[in-house]
Write a protein that binds this ligand. Structure first.
Ligand code: SF4
Ligand SMILES: [Zn+2]
Length: 174
């Protein structure tokens, strides 16, 4: 007997992300369609996020037929006009109510201004000090400076921007 599972994919998330294994994809689709009680909510989330990889709600969103199937399930049409998020990025989601791009919907920000701010801060204080003030690890600061990652969590960006190099310089002079 199969017990309905509210989020069947939680059992084995890797199955839902698989790109190459056809059997695994089929099994993921089957579970979504036959066992999951959250399929519609899942489809809505996928649409809102503009997901374009993995199996969501029984559709392989890396493919055009999968994207079409998702839209059909939700009864939404592809918008004819390109929409933009307040941040300036294009909104990839076809969901008519989506008002944000995927990174913004996930609370992420572009790293470039954060990195530039960090470099400015480093002129007057150490990496360890910045990390302590932002309540993050020195390793995280290091990664922001060096790793090739496009985004940073909004909360962390806010904490870093709250640190002002001038104020620090004045405080140091006291
Ligand atoms: S429908 Fe969504 S929540 Fe349910 S098993 Fe499939 S991917 Fe997971
Ligand atoms: Zn945005």
């Amino acid at each position: 007997m199969t017990r309905k599972n509210p989020a069947a994919c939680a059992k084995d998330p890797a199955l839902w992300l698989t790109e190459g294994d056809r059997d695994a994809r089929r099994e993921a689709v089957r579970v979504c369609v036959e066992e999951c009680t959250m399929r519609r909510e899942c489809a809505k989330t996928a649409e809102e996020l503009g997901a374009n990889y993995g199996i969501w709600a029984g559709f392989n969103l890396a493919t055009s037929p999968g994207q079409r199937g998702l839209r059909k399930l939700l009864g939404v049409e592809k918008p004819s006009t390109v929409r933009h998020c307040a941040c300036g990025r294009q909104i990839a989601s076809q969901y008519a109510n989506a008002v944000m791009c995927t990174p913004c919907a996930q609370g992420l920000r572009d790293i470039a201004p954060v990195r530039a701010h960090l470099k400015q801060l480093l002129e007057t204080m150490s990496q360890t000090e910045i990390a302590a003030r932002a309540q993050i690890s020195p390793g995280a600061v290091n990664k922001m400076l060096s790793a090739d990652r496009p985004y940073v969590k909004g909360k962390i960006a806010d904490r870093l921007f709250a640190i002002k190099p001038d104020a620090v310089a004045e405080a140091g002079a006291i």
